[in-house]
Design a protein around this ligand. Structure first.
Ligand code: SF4
Length: 81
């Protein structure tokens, strides 16, 4: 097993309003463009396709209008909002 900690992309599906409602903020803000949406019960929830390409800029977490995303490990200096 790798020594490096795997990045985790965690979505609170209760809080996420769905991509149609927010205007796909998280996918739009993602520099390597690795967030896609999967529909579930009429809402489009974000899913990361290639987590190894994550740049760890925490842009999705910090720009989600309802703070539905948590990226682990946390951003250095704490969560930026
Ligand atoms: S996690 Fe936030 S930014 Fe992403 S689809 Fe849900 S509400 Fe929109």
């Amino acid at each position: 097993m790798s020594e490096e900690m795997q990045v985790q992309f965690i979505v609170d599906k209760t809080t996420c309003m769905g991509a149609d409602e927010c205007g796909s903020v998280c996918a739009t803000i993602c520099p390597p463009d690795i967030i896609v949406y999967e529909e579930e019960n009429g809402k489009k929830f974000p899913v990361v396709t290639e987590i190894e390409l994550c740049m760890k800029d925490h842009g999705c977490q910090n720009n989600c209008p309802v703070k539905a995303i948590t990226i682990l490990p946390p951003q250095e200096g704490g969560r930026d909002y």
